[in-house]
Design a protein around this ligand. Sequence first.
Ligand code: SAM
Length: 219
Amino acid sequence: MKRVLEPELMEDEAQVKAYAEGDFEAPHSQFIERLRAFVDEPDFSGTALDLGCGPGDISRRFARAYPLSRVHAVDGSAAMINYGKLSTADELRPRINFIHGLLPAVSLPQANYDIIFSNSLLHHLPDPMVLWQVIKHYAGPGARVVIMDLLRPASIDEARAMVRAYAADEPDVLKRDFYQSLLAAFRMEEIAGQIAQAGLNLDIEQISDRHVFITGVTS
Ligand SMILES: C[S@@+](CC[C@H](N)C(=O)[O-])C[C@H]1O[C@@H](n2cnc3c(N)ncnc32)[C@H](O)[C@@H]1O
């Protein structure tokens, strides 16, 4: 099945509200568990960059997992950034800087970061190389990279079956987004090709029927 693009930014208020209130406990806790296994330093005190942070759930989970860290969380959607700011408790606010800006053009506060992570941005990008080039640009030497995204199923029927299996109880707008995201996602071999083209040395692993997890340390 060929890739079908979905709208790059999530800007519609109803869509953003549904996404921010959606139940992402399973994939987001899995993301942080795997990240913690990779960055096994509870006293990590560097600055992280969250690319395509959406309403910031993963930024907040990261900040709680690493109490000495700071996070710069970037998204091109003003509605998402507003949700991120409003959903962040007072005690985390000093450590999470939500930045409204479009990748790759946005100018970030730091020239490089100690860790760059991203969940579910890649499949939104018309040009996937944007993600890998931003990582190359902003990763300091020895920076950790942690990326999770959806994988494109082999057929429309498989995509529909995944929506039934994993989003049955979600509102229609989230079911539609999930379906469109599956069609817009990449296959394992496409992602491996992008990483090779960018000259990055990252490990890529399929961790479920619909998720890929990518880790590495930049040189
Ligand atoms: C599916 S959401 C993922 C949000 C969050 N990372 C999470 O896991 O909950 C993808 C986000 O990427 C943002 N996005 C897409 N293209 C972008 C770009 N070029 N620059 C910045 N943000 C972008 C969208 O606005 C959306 O909020």
